[in-house]
Ligand binder design. Sequence first.
Ligand SMILES: [Zn+2]
Length: 255
Amino acid sequence: MAICSFCYDRQAIAFTTRVVNGESMNENYCLKCAYLSKVPGIFEHMVSAGINDENIDAMADKVEIMMLENGGNGDFQSFFKNLKNQETDYHPFAGGKAPESPAPVREDTDKKEENMPDLEEVRKFFEGDKYATEATGIVIEKAEKGHSVVSLEPDGRHLNAVGGLMGAVYYTMADFAFAVAENCILDSDTITVTQATQMNFLRSWHGGKVTCTADIVKDGRYICLYEVKAFDKNGTELALIIVNGFKTARNKHPA
Ligand SMILES: [Zn+2]
């Protein structure tokens, strides 16, 4: 996983090597910086895929989500495959060489199985979380140990007096996404509860589905730290929530 050498903000999806005064320099571009810099061999593909000045920000945000979904793995080619939903045959690393392992395998098969519970079973279990599922209407989209995605189609019940999305909606989504990612291994003898959260509201919501991703940052013996991000339907980041969890014996907290 590499950060863009230009904005130092988004994940890099294209890698080039440039020779300046006999010295070769590696440059990593995020989608937006590759577009703005008109990187040869990449820019043309972006234009033909329909990227333009109007949608580049939303596209760049989409790539960020895609990278999150893939655990930080992703490249230009896989992004365009997703975008166009068809095979592409060009080489993504135009004008340079590919990094040694652009898409490392995250974990071995056994571990994957162990960390990937059955989604329907997880949904069934978390139906017990009535405030999140019934009162609020949050749906679990993805559940694996250390990573989850939940979503909500807000309606009138979720709004504040000025028509915005109530902060508590983000809180509930973040708390629930965290709980699902931490507690989706249903036969585990520990359960993790929320110890502290920090909410950062980044942008206002302008309608449509809200999606939250929860990703583990640090897994300790008794505590863990998660980064939860809320996105709108265009992939624009609305809120960043940091959740600290505390691990305890499951029988102390009956489901
Ligand atoms: Zn960039």
